[in-house]
Design a protein around this ligand. Structure first.
Ligand SMILES: [Zn+2]
Length: 232
């Protein structure tokens, strides 16, 4: 049963008259058959409140999910930096980029191929999740967070030592050496470059992602329209 809607001018019941969206603002307009007055049909305030509440809640959840995703991607990149330090250097800390690819050892070769591919996949997928932003924004977020995680033991160690010096007590923290940090920096730069290369496949995949999104949107709109016509 429709909610009562009374004409403000002649008090005719307008609830049974179908509202037609006006061409400028899309507002549901009802024209009174008694006095020809056009008035806007408003939703019940409770209904309006819950609709806004639901929509806001969905948006908040989506933002939280995306923040978590950025953090997870950065942690993964951080893991890749450590992994590549294991993979592409010998026990003396010398850099060997080609050796792991051609080593007879199966796991090493797998890692040598998997690691750059993982970095490219991260760059590509983070771009596809944040299609509404400029291309460099999501990748920069991930790289800044990765740099933060990669240098965390170094910065925290030095900070703690400084505090120890001021407070004149001995600190037991192991701080990574400068050469270790330079090595990490090199691998970070390499992986950052690969993640940026991941933007190229993202350009190709973008259209199919947007198409599936549009399809879903159309489906939802159809459902809503059906529901609304039931209500009328
Ligand atoms: Zn009227």
């Amino acid at each position: 049963m429709p909610r009562s809607h009374i004409c403000p001018s002649c008090l005719t019941e307008l609830a049974r008259i179908r509202a037609i969206p006006d061409e400028h603002y899309g507002l549901p307009i009802v024209v009174c058959p008694g006095c020809q007055l056009a008035c806007v049909r408003t939703k019940h305030p409770d209904q309006q409140f819950w609709r806004v509440f639901r929509r806001t809640w969905v948006t908040i959840r989506l933002v939280i999910a995306k923040v978590i995703l950025v953090i997870l991607m950065s942690l993964l990149m951080w893991g890749l930096v450590y992994w590549s330090a294991d993979l592409y250097t010998d026990y003396r800390g010398n850099f060997h980029f080609i050796d792991p690819f051609v080593s007879g050892h199966f796991e090493t070769t797998l890692g040598a191929w998997g690691l750059p591919l993982a970095a490219i996949a991260i760059g590509c997928s983070i771009r596809l999740v944040f299609l509404h932003l400029r291309a460099w924004v999501p990748i920069l977020m991930v790289l800044v967070l990765t740099a933060f995680f990669t240098t965390l033991d170094f910065t925290v160690g030095h900070l703690f030592n400084a505090i120890a010096q001021i407070g004149s007590f001995r600190s037991q923290i192991d701080i990574p050496s400068a050469s270790e940090m330079i090595l990490r920096g090199q691998f970070f730069a390499m992986l950052a470059g690969l993640a940026i290369i991941g933007l190229v496949p993202a350009v190709l995949l973008r259209r199919s992602v947007e198409r599936s999104g549009a399809k879903r949107f159309r489906k939802i709109r159809k459902k809503l329209r059906k529901r609304r016509s039931h209500d009328d």
